[in-house]
Design a binder for this molecule. Structure first.
Ligand SMILES: C[S@@+](CC[C@H](N)C(=O)[O-])C[C@H]1O[C@@H](n2cnc3c(N)ncnc32)[C@H](O)[C@@H]1O
Length: 283
Protein backbone atom coordinates (compact mmCIF):
# COMPACT_ATOMS: atom_id res chain seq x y z
CA UNK A 1 0.00 0.00 0.00
CA UNK A 2 1.18 3.58 -0.70
CA UNK A 3 2.21 6.09 1.99
CA UNK A 4 -0.64 8.49 1.08
CA UNK A 5 -3.26 5.77 1.33
CA UNK A 6 -1.95 4.62 4.71
CA UNK A 7 -1.99 8.17 6.08
CA UNK A 8 -5.56 8.61 4.96
CA UNK A 9 -6.72 5.31 6.50
CA UNK A 10 -4.82 6.01 9.74
CA UNK A 11 -6.01 9.60 10.16
CA UNK A 12 -9.60 8.53 9.46
CA UNK A 13 -9.42 5.82 12.15
CA UNK A 14 -8.11 8.10 14.92
CA UNK A 15 -9.92 11.30 14.04
CA UNK A 16 -12.67 10.65 16.60
CA UNK A 17 -10.33 11.30 19.55
CA UNK A 18 -11.00 14.54 21.42
CA UNK A 19 -7.32 15.34 21.93
CA UNK A 20 -4.92 14.83 19.10
CA UNK A 21 -3.97 15.73 15.58
CA UNK A 22 -4.88 12.75 13.36
CA UNK A 23 -2.82 13.54 10.25
CA UNK A 24 0.27 14.50 12.24
CA UNK A 25 -0.06 11.44 14.46
CA UNK A 26 -0.49 9.07 11.50
CA UNK A 27 2.58 10.70 9.91
CA UNK A 28 4.65 10.26 13.08
CA UNK A 29 3.66 6.60 13.44
CA UNK A 30 4.48 5.75 9.84
CA UNK A 31 7.69 7.79 9.96
CA UNK A 32 8.78 5.91 13.08
CA UNK A 33 8.26 2.54 11.37
CA UNK A 34 9.97 3.58 8.13
CA UNK A 35 12.74 5.37 10.11
CA UNK A 36 12.24 8.61 8.18
CA UNK A 37 11.14 12.15 9.18
CA UNK A 38 7.86 13.98 8.55
CA UNK A 39 9.18 15.78 5.47
CA UNK A 40 10.09 12.48 3.84
CA UNK A 41 6.58 11.14 4.46
CA UNK A 42 4.98 14.27 2.99
CA UNK A 43 7.20 14.24 -0.09
CA UNK A 44 7.06 10.50 -0.89
CA UNK A 45 3.31 9.95 -0.91
CA UNK A 46 3.40 7.46 -3.80
CA UNK A 47 6.03 5.18 -2.29
CA UNK A 48 4.98 1.58 -1.62
CA UNK A 49 5.21 0.40 2.00
CA UNK A 50 6.10 -3.29 2.64
CA UNK A 51 3.26 -5.44 4.03
CA UNK A 52 4.96 -6.22 7.35
CA UNK A 53 5.21 -2.47 8.05
CA UNK A 54 1.59 -1.92 7.01
CA UNK A 55 0.54 -4.55 9.60
CA UNK A 56 2.60 -2.92 12.36
CA UNK A 57 1.25 0.50 11.41
CA UNK A 58 -2.36 -0.65 11.59
CA UNK A 59 -1.73 -2.19 15.02
CA UNK A 60 -0.30 1.12 16.24
CA UNK A 61 -3.29 3.01 14.85
CA UNK A 62 -5.60 0.64 16.71
CA UNK A 63 -3.80 1.30 20.00
CA UNK A 64 -3.92 5.05 19.44
CA UNK A 65 -7.65 4.81 18.64
CA UNK A 66 -8.15 3.28 22.08
CA UNK A 67 -6.58 6.38 23.67
CA UNK A 68 -3.06 5.04 24.26
CA UNK A 69 -0.69 8.05 24.15
CA UNK A 70 1.19 8.45 20.88
CA UNK A 71 4.42 9.24 22.78
CA UNK A 72 4.35 5.79 24.43
CA UNK A 73 3.80 4.18 21.02
CA UNK A 74 6.69 5.95 19.29
CA UNK A 75 8.70 5.96 22.57
CA UNK A 76 9.76 9.55 22.14
CA UNK A 77 8.77 13.07 23.19
CA UNK A 78 10.46 16.29 22.11
CA UNK A 79 11.20 18.67 25.02
CA UNK A 80 13.47 21.74 24.93
CA UNK A 81 14.55 20.73 21.42
CA UNK A 82 15.72 17.29 22.63
CA UNK A 83 14.11 13.95 21.71
CA UNK A 84 13.60 12.23 25.07
CA UNK A 85 13.10 8.48 25.27
CA UNK A 86 9.81 7.72 27.08
CA UNK A 87 7.81 4.59 27.76
CA UNK A 88 4.84 3.60 29.89
CA UNK A 89 5.75 4.05 33.56
CA UNK A 90 7.10 7.58 33.28
CA UNK A 91 5.33 10.93 32.88
CA UNK A 92 5.36 12.29 29.31
CA UNK A 93 7.16 15.69 29.52
CA UNK A 94 4.78 18.63 28.96
CA UNK A 95 5.55 21.82 27.02
CA UNK A 96 4.48 23.89 30.09
CA UNK A 97 7.50 22.56 31.99
CA UNK A 98 9.77 24.35 29.50
CA UNK A 99 8.85 27.62 31.28
CA UNK A 100 10.60 26.40 34.44
CA UNK A 101 13.61 25.08 32.51
CA UNK A 102 14.03 28.29 30.48
CA UNK A 103 13.95 30.36 33.67
CA UNK A 104 16.68 28.19 35.23
CA UNK A 105 18.88 28.32 32.09
CA UNK A 106 18.68 32.14 31.97
CA UNK A 107 19.23 32.39 35.72
CA UNK A 108 22.40 30.26 35.53
CA UNK A 109 23.76 32.26 32.62
CA UNK A 110 23.07 35.62 34.25
CA UNK A 111 24.27 34.75 37.76
CA UNK A 112 26.96 32.12 37.41
CA UNK A 113 28.54 32.55 33.97
CA UNK A 114 31.02 29.67 33.72
CA UNK A 115 31.18 29.07 37.47
CA UNK A 116 30.14 25.57 38.60
CA UNK A 117 26.52 25.49 39.77
CA UNK A 118 24.88 22.64 41.69
CA UNK A 119 21.28 21.85 40.82
CA UNK A 120 18.85 19.31 42.34
CA UNK A 121 15.83 18.00 40.37
CA UNK A 122 13.31 16.27 42.67
CA UNK A 123 11.12 13.73 40.86
CA UNK A 124 13.26 13.63 37.72
CA UNK A 125 10.91 11.30 35.77
CA UNK A 126 12.24 10.92 32.20
CA UNK A 127 14.78 13.66 32.95
CA UNK A 128 12.95 16.54 31.25
CA UNK A 129 14.13 19.19 33.74
CA UNK A 130 17.46 17.87 35.04
CA UNK A 131 18.74 16.50 31.75
CA UNK A 132 17.84 19.67 29.80
CA UNK A 133 19.73 21.78 32.36
CA UNK A 134 22.76 19.46 32.27
CA UNK A 135 22.67 19.46 28.45
CA UNK A 136 22.42 23.22 27.93
CA UNK A 137 24.60 24.37 30.86
CA UNK A 138 27.80 22.37 30.92
CA UNK A 139 28.96 24.26 34.03
CA UNK A 140 26.04 22.71 35.96
CA UNK A 141 26.42 19.65 38.16
CA UNK A 142 22.93 18.16 38.30
CA UNK A 143 21.55 15.66 40.85
CA UNK A 144 18.28 14.00 39.86
CA UNK A 145 16.23 11.87 42.25
CA UNK A 146 13.04 9.86 41.96
CA UNK A 147 11.22 7.29 44.08
CA UNK A 148 10.29 5.22 41.02
CA UNK A 149 12.91 2.75 39.74
CA UNK A 150 11.24 2.82 36.31
CA UNK A 151 11.66 6.59 36.10
CA UNK A 152 15.32 6.29 37.17
CA UNK A 153 15.97 3.66 34.46
CA UNK A 154 14.42 5.91 31.80
CA UNK A 155 16.27 9.01 33.02
CA UNK A 156 19.51 6.99 32.76
CA UNK A 157 18.66 5.99 29.17
CA UNK A 158 18.31 9.71 28.38
CA UNK A 159 21.53 10.54 30.20
CA UNK A 160 23.30 8.14 27.83
CA UNK A 161 21.31 9.27 24.81
CA UNK A 162 22.65 12.82 25.28
CA UNK A 163 26.05 11.63 26.46
CA UNK A 164 26.01 13.61 29.70
CA UNK A 165 28.71 13.37 32.31
CA UNK A 166 27.46 16.19 34.57
CA UNK A 167 24.37 14.49 36.04
CA UNK A 168 23.98 11.95 38.90
CA UNK A 169 20.71 10.06 39.02
CA UNK A 170 19.71 8.09 42.11
CA UNK A 171 16.79 6.78 44.12
CA UNK A 172 15.45 8.92 46.92
CA UNK A 173 12.12 9.65 48.58
CA UNK A 174 12.41 13.45 48.20
CA UNK A 175 15.53 14.44 50.22
CA UNK A 176 15.89 11.14 52.11
CA UNK A 177 19.06 9.83 50.39
CA UNK A 178 20.71 13.19 49.84
CA UNK A 179 23.81 13.73 51.93
CA UNK A 180 22.87 16.03 54.85
CA UNK A 181 25.93 18.21 54.22
CA UNK A 182 25.22 18.71 50.51
CA UNK A 183 24.17 22.23 49.40
CA UNK A 184 22.62 23.37 46.10
CA UNK A 185 22.45 26.70 44.31
CA UNK A 186 19.15 25.65 42.72
CA UNK A 187 16.43 23.15 43.66
CA UNK A 188 13.82 22.51 40.97
CA UNK A 189 10.81 20.21 40.95
CA UNK A 190 7.70 19.38 38.99
CA UNK A 191 6.09 17.29 41.73
CA UNK A 192 2.80 15.37 41.51
CA UNK A 193 0.14 18.08 42.03
CA UNK A 194 -3.25 16.77 40.92
CA UNK A 195 -5.82 16.51 43.73
CA UNK A 196 -6.54 12.80 44.30
CA UNK A 197 -10.24 13.11 43.44
CA UNK A 198 -9.55 14.85 40.11
CA UNK A 199 -7.36 12.06 38.72
CA UNK A 200 -10.37 9.95 37.68
CA UNK A 201 -11.76 12.80 35.56
CA UNK A 202 -8.56 13.43 33.57
CA UNK A 203 -8.54 12.92 29.80
CA UNK A 204 -8.23 9.31 28.60
CA UNK A 205 -4.53 9.62 27.60
CA UNK A 206 -3.43 10.66 31.12
CA UNK A 207 -4.92 7.48 32.59
CA UNK A 208 -2.02 5.53 31.06
CA UNK A 209 0.50 7.67 32.98
CA UNK A 210 1.76 6.60 36.42
CA UNK A 211 -0.45 7.70 39.34
CA UNK A 212 2.77 8.17 41.33
CA UNK A 213 3.63 11.06 39.00
CA UNK A 214 0.21 12.73 39.32
CA UNK A 215 -1.24 12.24 42.79
CA UNK A 216 -0.62 15.29 44.97
CA UNK A 217 -2.88 14.15 47.84
CA UNK A 218 -6.24 15.47 48.97
CA UNK A 219 -5.81 19.07 47.72
CA UNK A 220 -2.83 18.48 45.41
CA UNK A 221 -0.44 20.38 47.67
CA UNK A 222 1.13 17.53 49.71
CA UNK A 223 4.50 17.70 47.94
CA UNK A 224 4.82 21.50 48.29
CA UNK A 225 4.20 21.17 52.04
CA UNK A 226 7.13 18.73 52.24
CA UNK A 227 9.56 20.11 49.63
CA UNK A 228 9.43 23.83 50.57
CA UNK A 229 10.38 23.54 54.29
CA UNK A 230 12.89 20.71 53.71
CA UNK A 231 14.62 22.46 50.81
CA UNK A 232 15.86 25.18 53.21
CA UNK A 233 18.47 22.85 54.73
CA UNK A 234 19.87 21.96 51.28
CA UNK A 235 19.97 25.41 49.67
CA UNK A 236 22.83 27.88 49.90
CA UNK A 237 21.77 31.21 51.33
CA UNK A 238 19.98 33.09 48.50
CA UNK A 239 19.59 29.79 46.61
CA UNK A 240 16.70 29.42 44.17
CA UNK A 241 13.74 27.11 44.77
CA UNK A 242 11.59 26.74 41.64
CA UNK A 243 8.45 24.61 41.41
CA UNK A 244 5.92 23.81 38.71
CA UNK A 245 2.33 24.11 39.97
CA UNK A 246 -1.26 23.51 38.85
CA UNK A 247 -3.00 26.54 37.33
CA UNK A 248 -5.00 27.28 40.50
CA UNK A 249 -2.23 26.65 43.06
CA UNK A 250 -0.14 29.83 42.61
CA UNK A 251 -1.33 31.81 45.64
CA UNK A 252 -1.31 28.80 47.96
CA UNK A 253 2.19 27.62 47.03
CA UNK A 254 3.54 31.19 47.17
CA UNK A 255 1.91 31.40 50.64
CA UNK A 256 3.80 28.29 51.82
CA UNK A 257 7.06 29.81 50.53
CA UNK A 258 6.33 33.02 52.43
CA UNK A 259 5.65 31.12 55.66
CA UNK A 260 9.03 29.42 55.19
CA UNK A 261 10.77 32.81 54.86
CA UNK A 262 11.59 32.64 51.15
CA UNK A 263 11.98 36.07 49.56
CA UNK A 264 11.43 37.70 46.14
CA UNK A 265 8.69 35.15 45.48
CA UNK A 266 7.35 35.21 41.93
CA UNK A 267 4.69 33.40 39.94
CA UNK A 268 5.40 32.73 36.24
CA UNK A 269 2.53 32.25 33.80
CA UNK A 270 2.24 29.85 30.87
CA UNK A 271 1.33 30.77 27.30
CA UNK A 272 -2.37 30.60 28.16
CA UNK A 273 -1.84 33.21 30.89
CA UNK A 274 -2.30 30.68 33.71
CA UNK A 275 -0.09 30.35 36.80
CA UNK A 276 2.48 27.64 36.07
CA UNK A 277 5.62 28.14 38.19
CA UNK A 278 6.35 29.55 41.66
CA UNK A 279 9.88 30.54 42.62
CA UNK A 280 11.61 32.14 45.56
CA UNK A 281 15.03 32.60 47.17
CA UNK A 282 16.19 31.29 50.53
CA UNK A 283 16.12 34.24 52.90
C1 LIG B 1 4.91 15.19 37.61
S1 LIG B 1 6.20 13.98 37.50
C2 LIG B 1 7.52 14.97 36.84
C3 LIG B 1 8.53 14.22 35.99
C4 LIG B 1 9.55 15.12 35.28
N1 LIG B 1 10.31 15.91 36.23
C5 LIG B 1 8.86 16.05 34.28
O1 LIG B 1 8.76 17.24 34.56
O2 LIG B 1 8.42 15.56 33.23
C6 LIG B 1 6.63 13.74 39.19
C7 LIG B 1 7.74 12.74 39.47
O3 LIG B 1 7.94 12.68 40.90
C8 LIG B 1 8.20 11.33 41.25
N2 LIG B 1 7.88 11.16 42.69
C9 LIG B 1 6.67 10.93 43.27
N3 LIG B 1 6.79 10.85 44.60
C10 LIG B 1 8.11 11.02 44.88
C11 LIG B 1 8.86 11.04 46.09
N4 LIG B 1 8.28 10.85 47.29
N5 LIG B 1 10.21 11.24 46.02
C12 LIG B 1 10.81 11.41 44.81
N6 LIG B 1 10.14 11.42 43.63
C13 LIG B 1 8.81 11.23 43.67
C14 LIG B 1 7.35 10.51 40.31
O4 LIG B 1 7.83 9.18 40.22
C15 LIG B 1 7.48 11.32 39.01
O5 LIG B 1 8.55 10.85 38.23
Amino acid sequence: MEINKLLKIGAEEIKGRQYGNPVLEATLLLGKLLKVDKVYIYTHGNEEVPDFIVDKYLQMIKKRKEGYPIQYIIKEKEFMGLDFYVEEGVLIPRPDTEILVEYVLDYIEENYGDEEVHVLDIGIGSGAIGISIAYYRKNSRVYGVDISQRALDIANINKERFNLKNINIFKSNLFENIDKDKRFHIIASNPPYIPKEDIKALQEEVKYEPVLALDGGEDGLDFYRRIIPESRSYLYSNGLLILEIGHDQGAKVAGIMEEEAFKNIKILKDLQGLDRVVLGFKG
